[in-house]
Design a protein around this ligand. Structure first.
Ligand code: N2P
Length: 352
């Protein structure tokens, strides 16, 4: 073969290897740094078709739907069911050299829901708490506020805050877990009839809320349009970063932690490219950029030194030891609770 023909063939091969290389990614809203996607596309020539969802329910709809998806980001508590239902593919660790940077503490927590960490790579994590616009909330409340879920769950207290705007996450497992915990119970160990009873309390609360939504509240908090939100940590810190006097509180009664994970759906056409994407994201500097942008703690232990000092020290981002003692990992909801949960939740969310 002539040298020129060989050169031609090699360059043709290079072109065809890249032409049409694409991954379809579904991730939570506000959960990536846009420049990270751009850099990945530039460096690898792999196109990313990027979509977002704002609830676990929506995520699961996509996962069970007809579309082929290469990357999905489920929370740890949903992993057992997704794995058992065959909706995820095992990872190939040999394609993931940067996996060594992941937080081993998180990996061992995850092993409880994903034995041997075969399916999931911790990406971002954090606490559920209350985002409070302190001056607005104190003015409406008529004095200093307790660091308590009672602000939300005690209808007498939430009635006082209704005028300055309250929202709740569209996250039934999180919301019911913190409610049960506030009442001194455990959601996973309670009878389904208890969930129906909790539904009555939620319904009493509903008229005091603007909405039950996990996306709208981010901009609203940042514009001072809400004074109390059940919030995921990064969304609350984003409002503070936007200049609002918003505090993120892990209430005295305690709250839940979530770990969100990179995973490959069963339907993926390009598991190979999905794993290249994961390995790219697991570079400590890239992981740091993502935390810098989203204000969620990183699943990457080696990202910390690359965070700007102000962020590394930012109270609330990585829970301090006192909050840590009040936080427990969100439990997986037993199958037998799902019916009651879904009934109670759709009535509450839609305010009917
Ligand atoms: C960020 C979404 C946080 C995901 N807006 C919580 N599992």
């Amino acid at each position: 073969m002539s040298r020129w023909l060989l050169v031609l063939l090699v360059s043709l091969a290079a072109i065809t290897a890249h032409a049409g290389d694409m991954i379809r990614v579904y991730n939570w809203n506000d959960y990536i740094a846009p420049q990270v996607l751009e850099r990945f596309q530039q460096e690898t020539g792999i196109q990313v078709e990027y979509h977002t969802y704002s609830s676990a329910e929506e995520m699961e709809k996509h996962l069970r739907g007809p579309e082929a998806i290469d990357v999905i980001v489920p929370s740890h508590n949903d992993l057992p069911r997704l794995i058992a239902d065959g909706l995820l593919q095992p990872l190939d660790f040999s394609r993931l050299p940067n996996r060594r940077h992941l937080d081993t503490d998180l990996l061992s927590k995850l092993a409880a829901v994903d034995p041997q960490n075969r399916y999931a790579l911790p990406y971002l994590w954090g606490a559920v708490g209350l985002a409070i616009n302190v001056p607005k909330a104190e003015a409406a409340f008529g004095g200093p506020l307790p660091d308590s879920w009672s602000l939300l769950f005690d209808p007498a207290q939430s009635a006082r805050l209704a005028s300055c705007g309250i929202s709740v996450l569209d996250a039934p497992d999180e919301a019911l877990s913190v409610l049960f915990n506030y009442q001194g119970r455990s959601l996973a160990n309670s009878a389904p009839s208890r969930i129906e009873r909790a539904g009555e309390l939620l319904n009493a609360l509903r008229p005091h809320l603007r909405y039950v939504d996990s996306e709208r509240y981010i901009a609203a908090l940042s514009q001072g349009e809400l004074c109390l939100s059940m919030a995921w940590v990064g969304d609350a810190l984003a409002a503070a970063a936007a200049g609002q006097p918003v505090r993120f509180v892990v209430p005295d009664e305690g709250s839940v932690l979530f770990i969100d994970n990179l995973a490959i759906p069963r339907s993926a056409r390009r598991a190979d490219l999905a794993q290249r994407f994961f390995d790219f994201l697991m570079q400590p500097q890239i992981a740091a950029l993502i935390t810098q942008e989203t204000l969620y703690p990183s699943g990457n232990a080696d990202a910390k030194p690359y965070l700007e000092a102000a962020l590394r020290e930012q109270p609330g981002l990585y829970p301090d030891p006192a909050s840590q003692r009040r936080l427990f990992a969100l439990e997986t909801l037993p199958e037998k609770h799902k019916g009651s949960r879904d009934r109670v939740w759709s009535r509450f969310r839609d305010g009917r």
